[in-house]
Design a protein around this ligand. Structure first.
Ligand SMILES: OC[C@H]1O[C@H](O[C@H]2O[C@H](CO)[C@@H](O)[C@H](O)[C@H]2O)[C@H](O)[C@@H](O)[C@@H]1O
Length: 568
């Protein structure tokens, strides 16, 4: 019998795994969030707003005042009552981050995008470049003095945020922000971002999802090594490499131990170690507490509820929150099963981490570390081939574990590969070990062309229109970039031209969207040139860090000839 995701064993539905407690302040702000939902009843209620507030007085005084307010209102607060309370006791969301002009920003950097000849595109690129000023912040002195009054974490350096409701640094977004900053010649700002992420590793043992007290229970796609590699390639900054290496080793240990690590025995009885997303949390996400509580309302068993919350947080750790990719029974969100999946992209990122660490250790003269990580990368490359590669489809496929809590090693079965098409099935192309193989690139490129993912305005995230934001018809800047860069770096002329074609479509839709709305968007609808994306649990956001970064990186790589049309 063919095993489908739905028919796999479900004995993992009770919760297992560590929990990193949150702070009392976050717990209190969740109560304010809940009260606000009941009071303001907005259609576009954003729960994150409330956990981003800062306290004017200490927690116990504020809590007492809140309890009194609720008591006097008999549990049903008025809009004015709540508004007055918030104004009196809290600093607004984002008020603990100061706007700062980046130290290395100039309106037109020397040597900026030399291959962009078309004046219209050049003028727009300079506007996108200028957006770094809007997105630059510094954590205020108040946060450093009294961190317990804030959910923003006291990062030491200047930061670049994604934009709009995302008022704090995000882990994987930072990679594309850095790629854009490098195109903008803003090397110091790029290094400051890395210094902040190293600080998080020193404090918590890994890079958090984002720099907030409520993100301390999970990470995000691990790309710090790729950031250091990108900056070193441009600047040759050895000091940065030396400072980063101990942190990268610590981060590598985080991903390669405990719950994130799984052993699989392949068809030849060979054991492989691979990794998965697994959040250290089994309650509603504080930034979306009211939403998660509602989603779980039909789950009555306590352990099953906790397990669901863990799957929700683990999906957020993947950066793909949310997608049918993680559901046993799409589009039913309650069937999220991210911890029961070995994801192709995560393992490609960790392969990249191994290769980057080997490279960076070698440049510092640490040959034994370099050797060790080169060996680890060879083992992972084999594992990726054995577990994920599907020769018939010409894609790497996510692998469903029989049961996320079963004894290891599990035995690999062909029917456990997830045959659905996702953009992540092509992410290994981004890694040198794969894009250096010309015949492999040809096969994967042809598979991409036939997959249905290539659309008028870029690569779709999946083929399923589920209403979730990491599904069809949304296209996301990071996914376009990794696939384009992988194809573009191969030796195949055809692959390089497919890469350029996708980049051109993506640049056009970003341009048209910008001209229409005056802003850059977090995600785009790849069916319609110039339209931004939607779906998911919050309204579409603008700003936007990784979209700006990818446009600048694409324009730097491919340029824009004088006579190429920019409109849709
Ligand atoms: O508030 C809901 C969720 O929002 C974040 O996820 C989305 O935005 C991030 C910042 O651009 C991005 O990194 C992520 O891929 C997006 O899905 C946040 O990362 C989640 O943890 C959070 O629950």
């Amino acid at each position: 019998m063919a095993v489908t995701a739905e028919s796999l064993s479900h004995c993992s539905s009770s919760d297992k795994g560590p929990v990193v407690p949150t702070t009392p302040m976050v717990t209190f702000l969740e109560r304010v969030q809940e009260a606000a939902l009941k009071t303001v009843k907005e259609t576009n209620f954003d729960p994150k707003l409330y956990v981003d507030l800062s306290l004017k007085l200490n927690l116990s005084t504020t809590e007492k005042a809140f309890d009194l307010l609720q008591k006097s209102a008999n549990g049903s607060l008025s809009v004015e009552g709540l508004k007055g309370f918030i104004e009196k006791y809290f600093g607004g969301a984002g008020s603990d981050l100061m706007y700062v002009e980046p130290v290395d920003f100039v309106p037109e950097p020397k040597g900026f995008l030399p291959k962009v000849e078309n004046p219209e595109v050049r003028a727009w690129a300079l506007e996108v470049h200028a957006l770094w000023k809007n997105l630059s912040r510094k954590v205020s002195d108040e946060v450093h003095k009294r961190p317990e009054l804030h959910t923003i974490l006291p990062l030491p350096e200047q930061v670049v945020i994604p934009g709009s409701r995302f008022r704090e640094v995000y882990y994987w977004d930072s990679y594309w922000v850095i790629r854009g900053l490098l195109a903008s010649k803003m090397h110091e700002t790029a290094k400051a971002i890395v210094t902040n992420l190293i600080y998080l590793i020193e404090e918590y043992g890994y890079v958090l999802n984002g720099a907030r007290a409520y993100y301390t229970n999970r990470s995000q796609p691990p790309l710090l090594s790729a950031m250091v590699h990108a900056i070193y390639s441009r600047t040759g900054d050895m000091q940065l490499v030396r400072k980063s290496l101990p942190a990268l080793l610590k981060e590598y240990h985080f991903w390669n131990s405990g719950i994130h690590k799984v052993t699989i025995q392949d068809a030849q009885s060979c054991n492989h170690t691979l990794n998965r997303y697994y959040a250290m949390w089994n309650k509603p996400r504080p930034e979306s507490s009211t939403i998660d509580t509602k989603s779980a309302s039909n789950i009555s068993n306590v352990s099953e509820k906790q397990h669901f919350y863990r799957e929700v947080a683990s999906s957020a750790e993947s950066g793909w929150d949310f997608s049918t990719r993680w559901m046993r029974n799409p589009p039913d969100l309650t069937t999220l099963a991210t911890t029961s999946i070995l994801p192709v992209d995560l393992n490609a990122y960790i392969l990249r981490m191994e290769l980057d660490i080997a490279f960076l250790a070698k440049v510092t003269g640490d040959n034994s570390t370099a050797e060790h990580f080169l060996k680890a990368s060879q083992a992972r490359k084999e594992a990726i081939k054995s577990v994920f590669w599907n020769a018939e489809m010409g894609q790497w496929l996510d692998y469903w574990l029989n049961d996320s809590t079963c004894q290891e090693p599990q035995t690999w079965e062909a029917c456990n590969q997830n045959k659905n098409v996702f953009a992540s099935n092509f992410i290994p192309l981004w890694i040198e070990s794969f894009h250096s193989d010309k015949s492999l690139v040809k096969k994967v490129m042809e598979s991409l062309q036939k997959s249905g993912l290539l659309r008028a305005a870029g690569i779709a995230t999946s083929l399923t229109n589920s209403g979730e934001q990491w599904d069809f018809p949304n296209g996301w800047a990071p996914l376009q970039h990794m696939i384009v860069e992988g194809l573009g770096r191969s030796e195949s002329k055809k692959a390089r031209s497919v890469a350029e074609d996708i980049a051109v479509r993506w640049i056009r839709t970003n341009y048209a969207g910008y001209k229409k709305t005056g802003t850059m968007h977090e995600k785009y609808d790849v069916e319609k040139c110039g339209e931004f994306g939607g779906g998911g649990e919050y309204v579409p956001q603008t700003g936007f860090g990784w979209s700006n970064g990818v446009v600048l990186a694409f324009l730097e790589e491919f340029g824009w000839p004088q006579d190429r049309k920019i409109g849709c």
